[in-house]
Design a protein around this ligand. Sequence first.
Ligand code: ZN
Ligand code: ZN
Length: 252
Amino acid sequence: MKVKFLGTGTSTGVPEIGCKCPVCTSNDIKDRRLRVSVLINTGDVRLLLDCGPDFREQIINEEFAPIDGVLLTHEHYDHVGGLDDLRPFCRFSDVDIYTNSITADALRTRIPYSFIEHKYPGVPLFRLHEVNSNSTFRIKGVEIQPIDIMHYMLPIFGYRIGSFAYLTDVKSIPDSEYQKLRNLDVLVINALHMSEHLSHLNVAQALEEVRKIAPRRTYFIHMSHRMGLHADVEKTLPPNVFLSYDGLEIEV
Ligand SMILES: [Zn+2]
Ligand SMILES: [Zn+2]
């Protein structure tokens, strides 16, 4: 299975509009972060995790081929703002979206034109699947386990596919969900920056989750400009814990 990080930044992206801090003005391309999303290729199945407002820019240099499923973690703009740009993929077939019921309800309000009975010609066509964290589901034979996690007060989903898990916008993980995270080769988890935040893990808290989950390798995502320079911060992390960057590809 191949995992490509299409975006690794927090909701504002990095650089932040109008900011002149050392990270936002860095010449290191690893300090430029689009909104979070990963693309997974496993066999001939292609899955997109989250579809934020940078989706068009993220997908335009990838092969134009069907996306077999879009897995959404939650309804916040930085995770769903690019759904309308899935329109070209409707040439292959309606696009299958998988998410929890809260997010599905939000999408029906947010992009009603894709879900009403009499649609304007040319709108993106979706099949919206509400999935449940109590069981796995399959997309073309690939088994996927939703994981309940908390984004402050909002219940959202992480996803496990094989020995890979993608958890973003976590502030806390219910005790019952750790059993779904055993024996991971790769954990992708959010780490916003060093200081405390209401709805996101900071670096120290993310490292505490890494210690509890004990994956073989961990990649941090959803980073803000206040994280510091990629090159400086990565040196401070334990072995087998890395900052991701846009364009990074890994094999799982
Ligand atoms: Zn987010
Ligand atoms: Zn900045």
